[in-house]
Write a protein that binds this ligand. Structure first.
Ligand code: MIC
Ligand code: SF4
Length: 643
């Protein structure tokens, strides 16, 4: 019998589907082999896991990384680290101590396995796609369910082939490729897609380059991105001492895709994402000569040995311009060790770079905020307004090559003018897993291990059963492309992640600092709060706090022109109904502060999802499209309440 020719996505997914059988199903339940958490989302995920009453993790590998909140001002972050370490010990989770590196880089180096599924409480988990994993970002509670052995649900995907041909020119790199993809497909309208990279150009990209592309695929809003697992993958895994983890996964001849887009790598030019969206793509050439105040290199997108060594080659024997501040954060200890061995650290130091901790740091606005009105070039993946900690700054996302070339002059420079030699893939990476704790008890856990809870570890609030009707207030009306950084700011506020009442004070802080107080006043007056938004609401991070904290403030519904995948799932997990306008122009009919009734909300969720609101300016028809599983969660008041 002739079997169907399959692409890489179909091969991996078909081996993991446990619920919903074909692409016709609206939602697929897949088995999760590996999970990862980071500290900023991890504390909540583990509190939720704990409340599920399971004795140990049921996955093949679960790793808890500490990389986000490593700047410890006050006791809060250190409290969180202790809690995470103790939970890991008890439940059979591997614990990666602060100082080991950034979760996505580390996971790629030491755990990622072709052909497996990985679920992570961080939107850049698709980095694992660079090694042939189906790696997906989700809210913490979904990770908790996966750790307890439950399936994860994704919209039945459409698969787009990104066919790569040719070879990149010197000075152009993977970052420019993903910026090219973002130029074509933008940051909205890609919900439900998986982007699969294929074609003859694939073999010209090493694993770190592939991982840069799948990492920043998160900015497209796709479910994930994936590369095949081929000879390049085998070489990488072998050099990591993990040859046994290799399996070949390439598309079958004649494999079909729902759409195809071809990129000739030899024609890609250096690109940058201009403020304030990763989708605002312009050429580096168009900005050449513009004065720059700050250049930051690193983050989970561009912190591999390949990337930082390339920067060192640009800076060798030279010094960065006097009036530019240059900082470098490596992705892992392995990267630092290699740079120390081959002399790159000395080069970078001599060149006047500030060597930063191997953590998320600047990327999440945890430090290195630029000066007022600064132009900051960065190699990370997000440049949302204010994310750097300085609202007036303009952050441009660039490749390590563009960053390095510009560091020398203090002005935007073209890396293709004086390119350096390509960095060959190392034959052997130095391996030192000493900062991964509890490997011996992984999957088993240590009976009787005590959980450490400092005062920053608060309880997880739970939702309430959905009622039939509610008095409601439009507590805020926001525009298009509202990111989770707008809804639930990180940076200086990040340390409250384990304490919902404290963190909830900052919901919508950048848009309306009175939101928290107004919501509580409405709640006290017996009304629920509703958020009204434009297109692509909830872009960006996987932080479930952007749903959990609004739930705590009495938000019961979001009405938007469209809602992004991870955020929509988080809303449902916390009992907030995600509605879309039947007619997007009805957005104009509801005003901020307006009072109305959500009449028959429960019946709408149970039934066809359609609801009418009598607003002052006329009737507004809204609709939510839900699977049976999602209906059940909403009716119960969220995932935790449903258990
Ligand atoms: C981000 O890059 O925005 C983060 C911080 O890594 C988030 C996770 C979080 O908010 O903790 C993400 O990408 O999911
Ligand atoms: Fe960390 Fe930035 Fe990557 Fe998020 S995008 S995981 S903050 S390095």
């Amino acid at each position: 019998m002739k079997t169907k020719a399959m692409n890489v996505t179909e091969k991996i997914l078909s081996a993991h589907i446990v619920e919903g059988e074909s692409a016709q199903e609206r939602e697929l339940g897949i088995k999760i082999d590996q999970t990862l958490t980071q500290d900023a989302t991890g504390t909540m995920a583990y509190l939720q896991f704990e409340s599920m009453g399971v004795s140990r993790v049921k996955t093949d590998v679960s790793v808890s990384y500490v990389d986000h909140n490593t700047v410890q001002i006050g006791f809060e972050n250190a409290d969180d680290h202790d809690f995470l370490q103790s939970i890991a010990k008890k439940y059979g989770i591997i614990y990666s101590k602060a100082g080991n590196g950034i979760c996505h880089q580390l996971h790629l180096e030491r755990f990622g396995k072709p052909g497996t599924t990985l679920l992570g409480s961080d939107s850049h988990t698709p980095t694992g796609g660079g090694i042939g994993q189906i790696a997906i970002g989700a809210g913490g509670i979904d990770i908790a369910v996966a750790m307890a052995g439950g399936a994860f649900h994704i919209p039945a995907p459409k698969v787009r082939a990104i066919v790569l041909k040719g070879k990149l020119r010197k000075g152009v790199s993977a970052k420019d490729v993903i910026l090219k993809v973002l130029e074509k497909f933008g940051t909205k309208g890609n919900v439900g897609w998986i982007f699969e990279y294929t074609g003859p150009g694939v073999k010209t990209l090493d694993v770190p380059s592939r991982a840069t592309i799948t990492n920043m695929g998160a900015e497209l809003g796709v479910t994930t991105s994936v590369f095949p697992s081929d000879a390049v993958t085998k070489q990488f895994l072998t050099a990591q001492g993990r040859a046994k983890d290799f399996v070949e996964i390439v598309p079958d001849k004649g494999a079909k895709y729902d759409d195809t887009f071809t990129i000739d790598l030899s024609k890609v030019e250096p690109l940058m994402a201009a403020p304030h969206s990763p989708g605002n793509i312009i050429t580096v050439k168009s900005m050449k000569g513009k004065k720059v105040n700050q250049i930051l290199i690193g983050s989970c997108t561009n912190s591999s040995y390949r990337d930082i060594r390339t920067v060192a080659l640009y800076l060798k024997g030279k010094h960065v311009a006097d009036d530019v501040e240059v900082g470098i954060a490596c992705g892992s200890r392995q990267v630092i060790e290699m740079l120390a061995k081959d002399g790159s650290l000395e080069i970078l130091h001599r060149a006047g770079c500030r060597m930063l901790e191997n953590a998320c740091g600047f990327c999440i606005g945890a430090h290195m905020s630029p000066r007022t009105g600064a132009i900051s070039l960065r190699t990370n993946n997000r440049n949302f307004e204010g994310r750097s900690g300085t609202k007036s700054a303009g952050v441009y996302l660039v490749s390590p090559e563009t960053a390095a070339a510009s560091a020398l002059t203090g002005k935007v420079a073209l890396p293709t003018e004086k390119p350096v030699a390509a960095v060959p893939s190392p034959k052997k990476f130095p391996i030192d897993d000493a900062m991964f704790l509890y490997r011996a008890s992984a999957g088993k856990g240590v009976k009787g291990a005590e959980i450490v809870r400092g005062p920053n570890i608060a309880q997880v609030p739970n939702g309430e059963k959905l009622a039939s009707s509610y008095k409601a207030v439009c507590a805020i009306k926001v525009g298009d492309k509202i990111t989770t950084d707008h809804i639930m700011p990180a940076g200086a506020r990040l340390k409250f992640r384990s304490n919902i009442p404290a963190y909830a004070k900052f919901v919508f802080e950048p848009c309306d600092p009175a939101f928290h107080d107004n919501c509580l006043a409405n709640k006290a007056a017996g009304a629920v709060n509703v958020i009204v938004a434009g297109e692509s609401y909830g872009q960006g991070s996987s932080r479930e706090h952007a749903a959990l904290c609004p739930m705590y403030l009495g938000v019961k519904a979001v009405i938007a022109k469209s809602i992004e995948r991870i955020h929509r799932a988080n809303l449902i997990n916390f009992g907030i109904v995600p509605f879309e306008f039947e007619n997007p122009s009805d957005y104009e009919k509801i005003a901020a502060g307006e009072k109305f009734e959500l009449k028959g909300l429960r019946e709408a969720v149970e039934g066809d999802g359609v609801l009418s609101i009598k607003a002052k300016k006329g009737t507004v028809n809204i609709r939510t499209r839900l699977s049976d599983r999602e209906k059940h969660l909403l009716l119960c008041g969220g995932l935790l309440a449903s258990l």
